[in-house]
Design a protein around this ligand. Structure first.
Ligand code: ADP
Length: 455
């Protein structure tokens, strides 16, 4: 488009009618020329035919840069009258609608929007304020093609005439991106749904498995408690049997020992020396067996009987043990203080007795026993009762073995059945405690019994 501006050409006035006629003709010619130029886009102005005749709109020189800008921008730009007649449109708008600027100019803007959108567009035009308005429409490009646009409307005044500037922003790419995004979202949603379904399935399977496991565990627990009850029952019968067997065994043993002693006492003169020796051995063996059976019975009792726990003051209990047994003459120092412990007095007395007996027994000849008993506190939790002796000591490799039934590791000729420490361990376990020792061969032993402190 030529950036020319149509201006009136001045002509000299002719005398009267002739002159007026000339003037009118000249104006008419000029007007026709101008209109023709405008129609063919030769000048920067617009001709709009209306009920009041043809109306011309021109652009003034100062607006030229804006006109150039409007042509250059990538948005569709249209100027319309309040009745939507297009006064001007830029190249981009013509492209968007697939028509020429010439064809668009002078036509109604309504032809570019869908008929169902007419009322919406009309109310936009009518309700337009200084601040303008925006709305999305489908712009009819061709019969089939529709371009989604955002129409921004703003009131304008051109040459004293009220007009409306419309900027049409092509939303095709935005819509495509929105569509792509929507598709991606849908896809994502579908994937999430698929995953959720899979997860739900896995969860259900897990819940099923858990239910089965719980059922199995319950079954197992049932079976275990049933079996435990059966085992306890058979153990109890076994213990009863062993107990009565042990009792029954003691009677013939006592008889054997009794007859051997009678032989030795009443018939010593008529028995040769060898026979007396045999009778003496029979007696010793019978007594030893009796001792073994007694220890076994004691061990069995610890396993099977009830031993309720209660707070016990160890000092008087230890003194009573020393007083009431054959160890009372020995040199044993009981060194207070002794905090109260959670124990069973019968078991604790048995444990104390066995440890003190061993402390006095396992000493080398000519070495008078020297035993100390004292307590060590572990805060509010536990109390250790220590039994220190000056005996033969124990090699570290035997520390665990000596607590097993019938285990004897000493080399000297010391009496015993090997059941004393087994009874100690079982008794301490029944009281919820622990037992242990520190010792060096030839340098005495330090046994300890750890019990819960009584609060
Ligand atoms: P027993 O005293 O009848 O031999 P124990 O079960 O009481 O049986 O002891 C097992 C073994 O542990 C003993 O034969 C001995 O070798 C060793 N023992 C126990 N106490 C002591 C001790 N105070 N000093 C040295 N050795 C000991």
């Amino acid at each position: 488009m030529k950036p020319a501006i149509v201006t009136s050409r001045l002509r000299p006035r002719l005398p009267h009618a002739q002159a007026e006629l000339e003037e009118v003709r000249a104006r008419l010619a000029e007007a026709e020329e101008t209109i023709e130029a405008i129609r063919h886009r030769g000048v920067d102005a617009l001709l709009v035919s209306g009920p009041k005749g043809d109306q011309v709109f021109t652009l003034k020189g100062a607006e030229k840069p804006y006109r150039l800008l409007i042509e250059a921008i990538n948005e569709g730009a249209v100027t319309v009258l309040p009745d939507a007649t297009v006064l001007f449109c830029n190249r981009r708008f013509a492209q968007m609608t697939g028509r020429t600027q010439q064809k668009i100019t002078g036509s109604s803007f309504y032809r570019f929007i869908e008929s169902q959108d007419y009322p919406r567009f009309q109310s936009l035009l009518e309700g337009l304020k200084d601040s303008g308005a925006k709305a999305e429409f489908l712009l009819s490009a061709t019969a089939k093609n529709r371009v989604p646009v955002l129409l921004s409307l703003a009131p304008l005044e051109i040459d004293g005439v009220q007009a409306i500037g419309i900027v049409a922003t092509d939303l095709t790419r935005t819509k495509q991106q929105e569509e792509k995004l929507r598709r991606l979202n849908d896809e994502l949603e579908a994937r999430v749904q698929r995953r959720t379904a899979a997860l739900q399935k896995a969860n259900d399977a897990l819940a099923d498995a858990q239910r089965q496991l719980t059922r199995h565990a319950e079954d197992l627990e049932d079976q275990v408690s049933k079996r435990t009850a059966e085992l306890r029952q058979s153990l109890h019968s076994m213990e009863q049997f062993c107990y009565s067997l042990a009792h029954d065994l003691r009677a013939p043993l006592r008889a054997m020992s009794g007859f051997a002693i009678t032989l030795l006492q009443d018939y010593a003169s008529s028995l040769p020396g060898r026979a007396q020796d045999f009778a003496s051995r029979i007696n010793t063996a019978a007594l030893r067996m009796d001792e073994l059976i007694r220890d076994l019975l004691a061990y069995g009792r610890i396993n099977s009987s009830e031993f309720p726990l209660r707070p016990v003051d160890p000092a008087p209990l230890i003194r009573e043990v020393i007083e009431s047994s054959e160890i009372k003459d020995a040199k044993i120092r009981v060194e207070p203080p002794f905090p109260r412990v959670q124990a069973n007095p019968v078991l604790l007395a048995q444990v104390t007795n066995n440890l003190l007996s061993n402390a006095l027994k396992f000493v080398s000849p000519g070495n008078p026993p020297n035993v100390r008993v004292f307590a060590q506190e572990g805060g509010d939790d536990w109390v250790r009762l220590w039994f220190h002796d000056n005996g033969i000591g124990i090699e570290e490799k035997y520390f665990e073995r000596i607590f097993c039934p019938f285990e004897r590791v000493c080399s000297g000729n010391f009496p015993g059945t090997g059941m004393g420490l087994a009874i100690v361990q079982k008794g301490v376990e029944r009281m919820g405690g622990k037992v242990g020792l520190e010792s060096t061969l030839g340098k005495g032993s330090r046994f300890w019994v750890q019990l819960k402190k009584a609060l």
